[in-house]
Design a protein around this ligand. Structure first.
Ligand SMILES: [Zn+2]
Length: 225
């Protein structure tokens, strides 16, 4: 069982989400249109972290540190950005502590692939990109070049505009369906650079069962070898 510690207690998976939220009371107003997401860059102890800020029709300001090591702040629609910043600054120690605990939690250590495996992986990954790329080509996007890397903390990356998609060589060993989820996830970043609502809506459109695949992938990573 995967565990983490937040606010001095030990919580299992089910409670993790609740445990890792912190709340303050704030006024809200539904009359304003939705605000676009923003990103906050936080530096702490020579470490830099980008935090996605989502504005939603909700009452409270909250921060979640997720098992995939992403940090999301959710704020009421009318919340001033400097108040969000202040709140994040107050919680900085807690955020970095939570991230450290998640990173230290039991998980697989990436092992570099052999040359033969690497060639096979490249071929397979290219093939899966080709499989999922047509709807993106139809929207006018250029097929990104594939890069392979053995990485510890992320499955892949794809920056809008760079024309490159990086996939973790570890994906070569993951259970069926997981590689495809990461491919679709990264391709959707061609359209949306963040992890906002519209990004996830697009992922779901391209792959309706993505949640189950994502869960399988995180589960696999937590199993010792
Ligand atoms: Zn992403």
């Amino acid at each position: 069982m995967y565990k983490t510690v937040a606010f001095g207690g030990v919580f299992d998976d089910v409670k993790l989400h609740q445990a890792q939220r912190v709340l303050v009371q704030i006024q809200y107003d539904f009359s304003r249109p939705m605000r676009p997401n923003q990103t906050l860059i936080v530096t702490h102890d020579h470490q830099t972290l980008s935090i996605a800020v989502e504005f939603k029709p909700k009452r409270h300001l909250s921060i979640s540190v997720r098992p995939d090591l992403t940090v999301i702040a959710r704020a009421p629609l009318r919340q001033a950005m400097d108040e969000v910043e202040r709140f994040v600054r107050l919680k900085t120690n807690w955020i970095f502590k939570s991230l450290k605990q998640l990173q230290a939690a039991p998980h697989r250590t990436p092992q570099k692939l052999s040359a033969a495996e690497l060639a096979q992986a490249a071929q397979l990954f290219e093939e899966r990109i080709s499989h999922y790329f047509p709807p993106f080509a139809a929207r006018g996007y250029v097929r990104p070049k594939l890069r392979l890397r053995c990485m510890k903390s992320r499955w892949g990356s794809c920056r809008k505009g760079t024309g490159a998609i990086t996939l973790n060589t570890e994906l070569f060993k993951t259970p069926p369906g997981c590689l495809d989820y990461v491919v679709v996830h990264e391709l959707c970043h061609l359209v949306h650079g963040n992890h906002g609502k519209r990004f996830w809506a697009l992922v779901e459109r391209m792959m309706p069962d993505y949640r189950e695949r994502k869960r399988r992938l995180h589960q696999w990573r937590r199993t010792f070898t």
